[in-house]
Design a protein around this ligand. Structure first.
Ligand SMILES: *Cc1c(COP(=O)(O)O)cnc(C)c1O
Length: 371
């Protein structure tokens, strides 16, 4: 008998159309910031309903651009949840700001609005909320708090492309929303990211930040026949290539089908786990369209189940080590265990089971039988 195939927790799907799109970009005149970048930005805008999109080299670069555009600097505090990938908070440190961790709700692991409000001081400038696992946060509550205290609202939507909250697409709920196109996310450009916004000025600042703080691109200068350019801010080279964006636009055509498939597979998990008292899926809120980047369960026997799954070729994982517990944060930012007890308790119990659109119901049966 063959050994059963390894099931990773997430994986990209690349088809012939994707390959043809990249080949056609390779044969074109532009390899980097050209028409495919603009097309991908327009495609993501029309999909999410956001007005402006700035494509960059990673989701992390998009988060950094967002912090730059909002003028975050030394002395400024930005509120962020601990139950996320480190990049959600690192972007604050890149700009010299101070991350302030607000704990999450136990049932969803989404940022707790009451904890956000309690963390606000006279130095608070912005809130970064993470649509953890692909489920949108309580954006009505976050908007109310942001307006009340005149704070900027940023969505780390790296898990949530295609998700919606009360009928509004992720991408239109915060002042700036950030997406990642890393291969494990919903659609991929290899590496890549985008920041979207309805604010023209924020978008222009992020666009300049992507290219050294220079206000025009080489493409625009070529078109206008002018050589003159000026650097008006200290930006970075966070450009993404036309090759990558050609792949992104091609991938985006398949996103709706993939999100439906992720939701169907999540329902299969829900049904299979309903009879197991030891594994409890996170709560799904009624007012959201979940994008199911991750299927996360809580179990008191997490380490044992993790080992059993890995031994049987199932790529279970843990998302995440709470950011404030990373040694760098403890040493440099001075955060300590005890700061976010809900996230810390969840961290001992959470397990990510494989979920991506290439999986079958049989794969899920096999996974659940191995727990
Ligand atoms: C993936 C991810 C990022 C970073 O995206 P990259 O494209 O890998 O830089 C940031 N925040 C969250 C929540 C993520 O999952």
């Amino acid at each position: 008998m063959n050994t059963p195939h390894f099931i990773p927790y997430g994986q990209q799907i690349i088809d012939d159309d994707d390959i043809a799109a990249v080949v056609s970009a390779l044969r074109s005149d532009w390899l980097t910031t050209g028409p495919a970048v603009e097309r991908f930005e327009a495609d993501i805008c029309s999909y999410t309903g956001a007005r402006y999109g700035v494509a960059v080299s990673s989701g992390t670069a998009a988060l950094h651009a967002a912090m730059f555009a909002l003028n975050i600097g030394p002395g400024d505090e930005v509120i962020v949840p601990p139950m996320t990938f480190a990049a959600s908070a690192n972007c604050i440190l890149y700009q010299g700001g101070t991350p302030i961790f607000a704990d999450v709700n136990a049932d969803t692991l989404l940022i707790d609005s009451a904890a956000v409000e309690a963390a606000i001081t006279s130095r608070t400038k912005a809130i970064i909320a993470v649509d953890y696992a692909g489920q949108p946060c309580d954006w009505d509550a976050l908007r109310t708090i942001a307006d009340k205290y005149h704070l900027a609202l940023v969505a780390d939507g790296c898990h949530a492309l295609g998700a919606a909250y009360k009928g509004c697409q992720v991408g239109t709920l915060a002042d700036i929303t950030v997406f990642s196109f890393h291969p494990v996310k919903h659609i991929t450009t290899g590496e890549g990211g985008m920041a979207v916004s309805n604010d023209e000025e924020l978008a222009a600042r992020m666009r300049a930040f992507r290219g050294h703080g220079i206000t025009t691109t080489a493409n625009q200068r070529e078109k206008s026949g002018a050589w003159f350019y000026e650097m008006t801010a200290l930006g970075y080279n966070y450009r993404i290539t036309d090759l990558q964006c050609a792949l992104g636009s091609s991938q985006l055509k398949k996103l709706e089908g993939w999100i439906k498939k992720r939701n169907q597979l999540a329902q299969v998990y829900d049904a299979a786990l309903a009879n197991l008292a030891s594994l409890r899926p996170l709560k799904r809120r009624a007012e959201v369209r979940h994008a199911y980047h991750l299927y996360v369960v809580r179990t008191p026997n997490r380490d044992e189940i993790f080992r059993r799954l890995r031994a049987k070729g199932i790529g279970a994982n843990v998302h995440y080590v709470p950011v404030h517990l990373h040694p760098y944060y403890q040493q440099v930012v001075g955060t300590r265990e005890g700061l976010c007890p809900v996230a810390e308790a969840a961290y001992r119990e959470i397990l990510t089971l494989p979920l991506w659109p290439g999986m079958t119901e049989t794969d899920i049966e096999r996974i659940v039988n191995c727990t």
